[in-house]
Design a protein around this ligand. Sequence first.
Ligand SMILES: Cc1cc2nc3c(=O)[nH]c(=O)nc-3n(C[C@H](O)[C@H](O)[C@H](O)COP(=O)(O)O)c2cc1C
Length: 461
Amino acid sequence: MSTPRSDRMTLVAFMQASNVSVFSGSWRYPSTAPDYLDLRYYQRIARTLEDGCFDLMFFDDRLAIPAIYGDSVADAVKYGARPIKLDLTAILGAAAAATDRLGLGATYSTTYYEPFHVARTFATLDHLSGGRAAWNVVTSVNDAEAQNFSVDAHSEHDRRYDRAEEFIDVVTKLWDSWEDDAITGDKESGIFADPEKVHALHHRGEFFTVRGPLTVPRTPQGRPVIIQAGQSGRGRDFAAKWADLIFTGDPSQKAAAEHYREQKELVAAAGREPDSVRLLPMVYVIVGETEQIAKEKEAIFLNELVHPLASLTLLSEVTNHDFAGHSLDDVVTDELIDSVSGIRGLVQGVKRHLGDQPLTLRVLANHRATLLQGPRFVGTGAQIAEQMGQWFESRSCDGFVVAATHFPGSFEDFVRMVIPELQQRGLARSEYSGTTLRENLGLERPACAFTAATHEVPAGV
Ligand SMILES: Cc1cc2nc3c(=O)[nH]c(=O)nc-3n(C[C@H](O)[C@H](O)[C@H](O)COP(=O)(O)O)c2cc1C
């Protein structure tokens, strides 16, 4: 069945369960709330997002304090360059309790976690939230994460994706291991569930051995929504095969439009309906009552609050490369880029975007929280809605992952100033149409792969 392209943007709020937003100096901003260790902080933001009818509250993750720069956590800790990352399960549970319709997404690593654990976590969240769970599938980024999970170094790029392929295959089978109508709960007869409809996997693969079934029955969405944000060739192929939502990081509309076209072709080549998969670029939004106010805010976040060492620390972190031996004025050469093993595509993207301008480490570090992963939309609500509309209408995206300068003010401003402008243009909803996240996204509920004539383990679910 063909899915028509929605005439409404998909809106995702990009959240960090941390002392900072993606802007590493944000903890110093006067109206940044300091209570990020209190569950009410997350509940308040979730309610704001639901008031604005966002599709999804999404949390990123990293499994280590930044430690690549100078082989030490000292600068990250000293300058508050994201030394804190809370586990996301409890936070999403709290957000679920405070809302009714908002989707709830978290990042879990296929490199350092186990499929049974991840399948169980998201199935549980899907039940408790009434069908609002989403999993961002990442392969993780650097050696500091590896070293917290009994491994010396982050494994090689394509091996990580080999493992991710087997991982997600097992997770989706576990989610399907209880058929939808397995539980009858017949108190009279004493029969709780039909064992014929609860399936073991007996999976034996290269990376995992999983007997199954899952300890959680099939969930309201059938399968929680799958998010993927890989930018490499392997990452894009993986996303084309598995993702419902694809997060991208392109610095310009031209790059985003090209990426959009290429990725939709990959989705079609994977045998899926291109418009059933949403491409959502990350965008940094800074909104003000006037353009002047927005620009002043931008200058504060980019120039005044960030310590250069905090930027370098985070740059080392995403590239998995220790820049401690370099001066800020060193030129970033092609050889240097080739030696980077983390998110290499991000550095290449900035270099392409700058064209002939020399790329020094200072420039790269300053772009770390901005150009690397998306454009910056700065201005009044109307100006921002205009830009977002242009991207959407020109098929450069299906919606956005909106990054905040600070919490909770950024999303409060966005809902107050940008959402009404998008609604007026018919680009954002003013009420939720469905109950589950899949329904609100207009995505089909996947059929259970085991609900077939045969009760064998299905191949290639
Ligand atoms: C919007 C967005 C959010 C991301 N969030 C995370 C994250 O939370 N954790 C993570 O390890 N990587 C995150 N990434 C990075 C990608 O998931 C992916 O790991 C990275 O691009 C490396 O994969 P690649 O080599 O296929 O590009 C994010 C990327 C984008 C564009």
